[in-house]
Ligand binder design. Structure first.
Ligand SMILES: Cc1cc2nc3c(=O)[nH]c(=O)nc-3n(C[C@H](O)[C@H](O)[C@H](O)COP(=O)(O)OP(=O)(O)OC[C@H]3O[C@@H](n4cnc5c(N)ncnc54)[C@H](O)[C@@H]3O)c2cc1C
Length: 320
């Protein structure tokens, strides 16, 4: 088997998948990216990306993703703009299905990312990217000298609220219960921060504003009071959901559904590698996703090189 015949399937369409595709196709591997119906990933939901190295003036999220895709295509990556619906990792040659179509590869890189959970309000959806965000690290800088709200009650909500006090003049932390799930230490830090106002037993009923966030209407369950608060941004920090349903039963996951890696990008299945937010719930940045896409492609390449050196009977064996 020559190196050109070795096939890599990449599932996902964000920075992790596209970086993996650039590296794999440039290494002369036959690379197919099953990029999903929403190809481009989470950065398609944002406007300006100011922290991706190499763009001193910033770059629009969709433009950055388009550039990564064209770069992968330049080296021969093929793209399928549909969601993988099923996988079969039982044999040496792995199968990925898109409905009834089947794609085969000796190695697979899973980079299906994660989706932020939202409140589900139409006004929230309308103003996403115009003051409504789910990423403090990404968008906090845009709120210098402004007033904002953070919604959520876990450690990450409190962490985001504390982080955002570096930019905002006031952070209203809105939680639907009176007690937080967050650790005591985080609660103490938030309570001690003079810029944070904690508002419990309260939900946001509507995000106000036509073209940008101008405020929120909130309802307090305990007092039955409804009021409007004028502010410039809303950070929803109620969790993320990794896109891993189709890997259930094949790949090891943690209790929240994130894929578990052994040895950098390897999974419990030989020849299946992971990259990006689908396993990395800690950093969740485009540059870290891209970096792990690079690592996964290099690891897949080494795996395939070793495979190419195997005797023919092992290579042709259905199961191994
Ligand atoms: C609003 C917002 C703003 C952000 N701003 C910044 C920023 O300024 N700077 C920064 O560094 N980071 C930013 N981030 C974070 C960054 O976007 C993510 O960390 C990064 O996109 C993760 O890349 P990924 O490739 O792992 O996954 P994702 O970007 O989540 O991409 C995963 C892709 O896989 C696809 N997919 C899922 N399931 C399947 C399937 N079954 N078959 C095929 N495809 C599938 C999805 O549709 C998606 O296209 C932002 C995130 C958001 C939400």
């Amino acid at each position: 088997m020559s190196e050109q015949n070795l096939r890599v399937l990449i599932i996902g369409g964000g920075p992790a998948a596209l970086t993996a595709a650039i590296y794999a196709s440039r290494a002369n591997l036959d690379t197919t990216v099953i990029a999903g119906y929403q190809s481009g990933g989470q950065l398609m939901l944002t406007s300006e990306v100011e922290n991706f190295p190499g763009f001193p003036e910033g770059i629009m999220g969709p433009e950055l993703m388009d550039g990564m895709r064209r770069q992968a295509e330049r080296f021969g990556s093929k793209f399928i703009d549909a969601d993988a619906t099923r996988v079969d990792f039982s044999a040496r040659v792995k199968k990925v299905y898109v409905d009834d179509d089947v794609y085969e590869g000796e190695a697979v890189i899973v980079a299906t990312g994660a989706s932020a959970m939202w409140l589900g309000l139409p006004s929230e959806e309308k103003l996403r990217g115009r003051g409504v965000s789910s990423c403090a690290t990404c968008d906090g800088f845009f709120f210098r000298g402004k007033e904002i709200a953070v919604v959520g009650g876990g450690d990450s909500a409190l962490e985001e609220a504390l982080f955002l006090t570096k930019f905002a003049t006031k952070v209203t932390l809105i939680h639907r219960r009176d007690k937080f799930r967050a650790s005591k230490i985080m609660q103490d830090r938030a309570a001690r921060n003079p810029k944070i106002e904690i508002v419990g037993d309260t939900v946001i009923e509507e995000v106000l504003g036509e073209n940008k966030v101008e405020g929120i209407r909130v309802h307090n369950f305990k007092t039955a009071e409804t009021k409007e608060i004028a502010l410039d941004g809303v950070f929803v920090a109620i969790g993320h959901r990794p896109n891993t349903d189709i890997f259930t039963g094949w790949l090891e996951m943690n209790e929240k559904g994130y894929l578990v890696v052994t040895n950098e990008t390897e999974t419990n299945v030989k020849g299946v590698f992971v990259a990006g937010d689908v396993y990395d719930y800690r950093y969740r940045q485009a540059v870290t996703a891209a970096a792990s896409g690079c690592k996964a492609a290099l690891d897949a390449e080494h795996y395939l090189e070793a495979l190419a050196g195997e005797p023919a009977e092992i290579l042709t064996a259905q199961n191994w």
